[in-house]
Design a protein around this ligand. Structure first.
Ligand code: NAD
Length: 358
């Protein structure tokens, strides 16, 4: 039984917690959050003893009886808390992006390695069943060689989805706490990770990153890239204030189109449920195959990612994603920012290849 501490019990934490419900191999035994109301709400919901609810991450790390912590705090605190966790000898699942810049990322990796603890950078989209299916279809040669990957994130609003606390938006709109804009730097991480999972790291990137809503939104934007084999990719992000979306979570949805030499794959959803199409559609040999035989609830990707880490700790295998992979994704993301700033094409550092997650 792996004993888990959750550091930062904000908006996203209940999807992380879902990984430990009805799961014999790990249990949430301690939490830390400076907000007493959040501590009480999550502590009660997750059955955490009152004596194991801490106001400070440092208290949980020194006093809590935990093997592993999930670090779910604003980005400017990622390095500090991950390093404290490593110093306390705890394995770490650190939410993405792993840090605000590459120096911070390097220090997190070195500190975890020096302390002999396992570091996972938490990424859920590579565990999202429709994206895993797309990868299987590619690996099985269903569309031939990949020529192009297009990812699209459409943000709007949802009347049936989450209420996102004002403070969770405030730090995202403050670059000194987020490290970059909410749509390309923050949410874009998932899209860059998905593209990497589907076809590896590209060689070059070229981006147009927008600036709207009094400078708080980094959209409309398009980030484009090219792989060593000549294939190309792109990620487009928009925010449509009057676009009402179905979905239980954020008011947003995502789509992917992958074109190969003999077929096309569409992943028709992500965060939300914008269309009634099957979550994965394969077109090849003049046939359209609608694939509905998977759980396409976005929340499932968190459960799979969380449990994968527990198994990695039990079996001594690599987490998905590793610190090195997380660093390479951050380097790609920062290269996109540099391209938008300089209006130049920017070379991307080569990174480790993706492991399958199924
Ligand atoms: N994988 C995804 O799809 C996804 C989605 C949302 C957020 N995230 C990531 O999860 C992290 C948290 O995001 P969120 O939306 O839950 O933010 P949030 O603002 O809702 O929650 C952050 C929580 O951290 C707490 N906190 C602040 N300082 C702390 C400290 N020193 N010690 C302990 N707790 C502290 C806050 O009180 C708050 O409850 C971020 O890294 C974000 O990028 C990932």
């Amino acid at each position: 039984m792996i004993r888990v501490g959750i550091i930062g019990c904000g908006r996203i934490s209940d999807l992380h917690a879902a990984a430990y419900h009805h799961f014999d191999e790990a249990q949430i035994v301690a939490i830390a959050d400076p907000d007493p109301a959040i501590r009480a709400m999550r502590g009660d919901a997750w059955g955490v003893a009152e004596t194991a609810r801490y106001a400070e991450a440092g208290e949980l790390l020194t006093q809590g009886d935990v093997d592993m912590v999930e670090v779910l705090v604003p980005h400017n605190l990622h390095e500090q808390i991950a390093e404290q966790a490593a110093a306390a000898g705890k394995h770490i699942a650190l939410q993405k992006p792993m840090a605000m810049d590459l120096d911070e990322a390097d220090r997190v990796i070195a500190t975890a390695a020096g302390a002999g603890v396992t570091l996972k950078i938490f990424e859920n989209f590579v565990f999202y069943p429709p994206i895993q299916r797309a990868r299987d279809l590619i690996d099985n040669g269903e569309i031939g060689d990949v020529l192009s990957i297009r990812l699209k994130s459409a943000a709007g609003y949802s009347t049936e989805g989450w209420e996102v606390p004002a403070e969770a938006m405030a730090w995202r709109f403050d670059p000194s706490r987020s490290g970059g804009g909410p749509q390309v730097f923050d949410d874009g991480h998932h899209k860059f990770a998905s593209a990497w999972y589907l076809h590896g790291f590209p060689q070059t990137v070229h981006a147009f990153i927008g600036n709207s809503f009094n400078g708080v939104l980094d959209s409309p934007s398009v980030v484009t890239w090219q792989y060593a084999d000549g294939a190309v990719g792109s990620f487009e992000a928009t925010f449509s204030p009057e676009l009402s979306l179905h979905g239980k979570y954020y008011g947003q949805d995502d789509r992917i189109e992958i074109t190969g030499t003999k077929g096309v794959i569409w992943v028709t959803r992500g965060h939300g449920r914008m269309s009634d199409l099957a979550p994965v559609i394969l077109y090849k040999a003049q046939r359209t195959i609608h694939m509905d035989d998977m759980d396409a609830d976005w929340g499932v990707s968190f459960i799979k990612s969380g449990r994968h880490f527990v198994h990695a700790l039990e079996n001594g295998t690599d987490p998905v994603i590793t610190g090195g992979q997380g660093r390479a994704l951050l380097a790609f993301s920062l290269a996109a920012q540099e391209s938008a700033r300089t209006a130049e094409r920017v070379a991307v550092e080569p990174g480790p290849p993706p492991a399958p997650t199924t």
